[in-house]
Design a protein around this ligand. Sequence first.
Ligand code: FAD
Length: 59
Amino acid sequence: MTVLEQAETAGGKCGLVEVDGYRFDSGPSLLTMPWVFEKLFAATGARLPTSSSSCASSP
Ligand SMILES: Cc1cc2nc3c(=O)[nH]c(=O)nc-3n(C[C@H](O)[C@H](O)[C@H](O)COP(=O)(O)OP(=O)(O)OC[C@H]3O[C@@H](n4cnc5c(N)ncnc54)[C@H](O)[C@@H]3O)c2cc1C
């Protein structure tokens, strides 16, 4: 596969900021079209998780 990208890194608006070894997403944080992911998960036989959990991170 060949990826053509004008920026230094791939990802577009799904950006990433790195500070002191920690990485933060700078773009999308919520699902505005959940039905797309529901169909994707269903195609694999899985269900889209309806809740999430948090955990401590380390660089
Ligand atoms: C702060 C922020 C918060 C957001 N929050 C949400 C959210 O909560 N939920 C949600 O659903 N959406 C959200 N969005 C919108 C979502 O991020 C974008 O709609 C989505 O990422 C667009 O994806 P894309 O691949 O179409 O375009 P892009 O992410 O813009 O990617 C296009 C890529 O093509 C490259 N490119 C362009 N022209 C050329 C060229 N001529 N040659 C080579 N490469 C080129 C660009 O450099 C870029 O990497 C948010 C966006 C931002 C900025």
